[in-house]
Design a protein around this ligand. Structure first.
Ligand SMILES: Cc1cc2nc3c(=O)[nH]c(=O)nc-3n(C[C@H](O)[C@H](O)[C@H](O)COP(=O)(O)O)c2cc1C
Length: 167
């Protein structure tokens, strides 16, 4: 698929088939993540990959998106490694690029994802449950799995509304 078509056809997936995804698929998605750009090439992203039902159950109660986590066969929790961080704004932007790479690679593999931010409202509790030290700050979680055939629509502002000036 052409890259623009891949970008445009990706949708947030909030319901998943009860079908496991493979280690190979997960590795490919993390490979895409790993090749995101970052300031000074500091690569401030770190991941915890959760496929165990037991672990997902532990996490899902910390968010109103619990149904998404419950259905998704995999949850990738994304962290900022504060030790490798040099500029918080730039590092968070780099992690955003890293997450978008993951979403697009998953989409190219016909898998669905949902970028979960609501879970950050209880960030410290989730970090504690996952047993990470203060070095790591959770910045998002990505639900991953085979999408159901539910219709998903989305829209964007027109380009004319986004360009402030052409000079
Ligand atoms: C930073 C960020 C946080 C988000 N948090 C959530 C979330 O907590 N729950 C959720 O269901 N979707 C979440 N989303 C997905 C957005 O709702 C979704 O991308 C947006 O509505 C556009 O829909 P689309 O991805 O299908 O094009 C988040 C997306 C981003 C980029």
């Amino acid at each position: 698929m052409e890259i623009l078509e891949l970008i445009r056809s990706r949708r947030s997936v909030r319901s998943y088939l009860p079908k496991k995804i493979t280690q190979k698929q997960i590795k490919k998605i993390l490979e895409a993540a790993r090749w995101a750009p970052s300031g000074l090439n500091n690569q401030p992203w770190r991941f915890i990959v959760i496929t165990s039902e037991e672990q997902k159950k532990e996490i899902k109660n910390f968010t109103s998106d619990s149904h998404i986590i419950e259905e998704a066969p995999c949850l990738i929790v994304v962290f900022l490694d504060k030790k490798s961080s040099y500029n918080r704004t730039k590092d968070l932007m780099a992690i955003g690029a890293c997450i978008q790479n993951m979403l697009l690679e998953a989409h190219s593999l016909s898998l669905g994802t949902c970028w979960l931010g609501e879970i950050l409202n209880r960030r410290e509790e989730v970090e504690k449950k996952l047993g990470v030290t203060e070095q790591y700050e959770m910045v998002a979680a990505v639900a991953l799995g085979y999408p159901t055939d539910e219709v998903r629509e989305s829209s964007r502002l027109n380009l004319e509304e986004l360009i402030l000036k052409e000079i």
